[in-house]
Design a protein around this ligand. Structure first.
Ligand SMILES: [Zn+2]
Length: 54
């Protein structure tokens, strides 16, 4: 899961991606840049298993 480095919101999405890298934009604070914080999703073990099984 990607988080905004500025406001820590998860409402961040890819604006452009290409050879130069990805540019992200944050819906909440308007941050725009290549740097984002990646955090592990907080999924319970049971839920994680379910997802792995497809
Ligand atoms: Zn933000």
């Amino acid at each position: 899961m990607l988080c905004c480095p500025s406001c820590k919101s998860a409402e961040i999405f890819v604006e452009t991606g290409g050879f130069t890298g990805m540019i992200y934009r944050c819906k909440r604070c308007g941050y725009r840049g290549a740097l984002v914080v990646e955090v592990d999703e907080d999924i319970p073990e049971a839920e994680r298993k379910k997802r792995e099984d497809g």
